[in-house]
Design a protein around this ligand. Structure first.
Ligand SMILES: NC(=O)c1ccc[n+]([C@@H]2O[C@H](COP(=O)([O-])OP(=O)(O)OC[C@H]3O[C@@H](n4cnc5c(N)ncnc54)[C@H](O)[C@@H]3O)[C@@H](O)[C@H]2O)c1
Ligand SMILES: [Zn+2]
Length: 293
């Protein structure tokens, strides 16, 4: 059966969840690694489909963004349209269940590859944002940090004609709209020093800070279990924690729909949609309270 198209019955979901619940019942420390699949039920699309294939256009590369004014115009002229969708997204059952599992003491560290802040909105506290947050913008020159909401106000005031273009949401706060890059689009600059402003996220081609990776590696090595949720693990940045878990003798479990790069390394794979599956898991192991707050 194709899990991507045919919804599971409660009984089918229960049968898939039970082996995972058995692994989690003894308690923590459990490290969770989440990806874009955790937020698709909140309306933020993922990059890859269940086969691990790329679904849309190539995202901006970090070096290209820093060096090329046209790349920055392209980025911001789509981001002005993507931000209203992205910033309005609310946590779904998956985020709430993971927060409940943390309060229950089972999940001790949550590493997310997502940049949407939805785990914190749901109440998770032990969160490491591996790739930063789209809610903050940073000056590449003087390193001042600004709120993306404030930058949106500036973008809209400076580019009123572009703020209302027809679009649909795309991964990572991007939008699907015309491929044309407007020459007259006014890109925001740092008001303190005139420097280039960049979303405070790790773009493709950038690297994650060493101290952040180190912190996550230690948490993984000391865990009883690594649970990967809604991630294809195709990006090395997340996959490295699976490698480290395998080298440290920590069992790896994946929950999600589709192929992952770590399939050969998994102790258990649960093919199910994140929200319903995690809600049932939290209920099963006695960490309910996953209703939206
Ligand atoms: N929400 C966000 O912040 C966001 C969104 C898109 C991309 N990104 C970035 O892009 C990179 C993409 O890598 P990735 O591995 O996180 O994502 P990915 O797109 O490579 O993989 C997502 C996986 O989740 C599965 N999936 C989708 N919806 C699901 C659902 N409802 N339930 C269960 N599984 C589901 C897909 O089949 C796929 O296997 C990340 O590094 C991240 O920084 C972030
Ligand atoms: Zn500056």
């Amino acid at each position: 059966m194709d899990t991507a198209t045919a919804p599971l019955t409660e009984a089918e979901l229960g049968a898939r969840i039970e082996p995972l619940a058995s692994l989690l019942r003894p308690g923590g420390p459990v490290v969770v690694l989440t990806g874009a699949g955790c937020s698709t039920e909140s309306g933020i699309p993922a990059y890859r489909d269940a086969e691990g294939n790329w679904r849309g256009r190539a995202p901006v590369q970090g070096q290209e963004f820093a060096a090329d004014p046209a790349a920055r115009r392209r980025y911001w002229s789509r981001s002005i349209l993507g931000w209203p969708y992205f910033s309005a997204a609310a946590p779904n059952a998956a985020h709430h269940a993971l927060a409940a599992l943390e309060h229950h003491g089972t999940v001790t560290t949550l590493i997310t590859q997502n940049v949407d802040g939805l785990h914190q909105k749901a109440g998770s506290r032990a969160v490491t944002e591996l790739h930063g947050s789209l809610h903050t913008v940073r000056c590449l020159h003087c390193t001042v940090r600004l709120s993306r909401d404030d930058i949106q106000k500036r973008l809209v005031a400076d580019n009123p004609a572009y703020a209302t273009a027809r679009s649909t949401p795309a991964p990572d706060g991007d939008a699907n709209t015309s491929e044309h890059v407007p020459e007259d689009f006014r890109v925001p600059h740092c008001e303190a020093c005139g420097g280039v402003l960049k979303p405070d996220v790790v773009f493709f081609g950038d690297s994650v800070e060493r101290a952040v990776v180190q912190h996550c590696m230690e948490a993984v090595a000391n865990a009883r279990l690594l649970l990967c949720v809604g991630t294809s693990l195709m990006v090395y940045s997340g996959f490295r924690f699976c490698r480290h878990a395998a080298e440290s003798g920590v069992p790896i479990v994946a929950l999600g729909m589709g192929r992952t790069r770590a399939d050969e390394m998994l102790a258990l794979k649960v093919e199910a949609p994140c929200g319903p599956a995690l809600r049932m898991l939290a209920d099963e192991i006695g960490a309910p309270g996953t209703t939206p707050i």
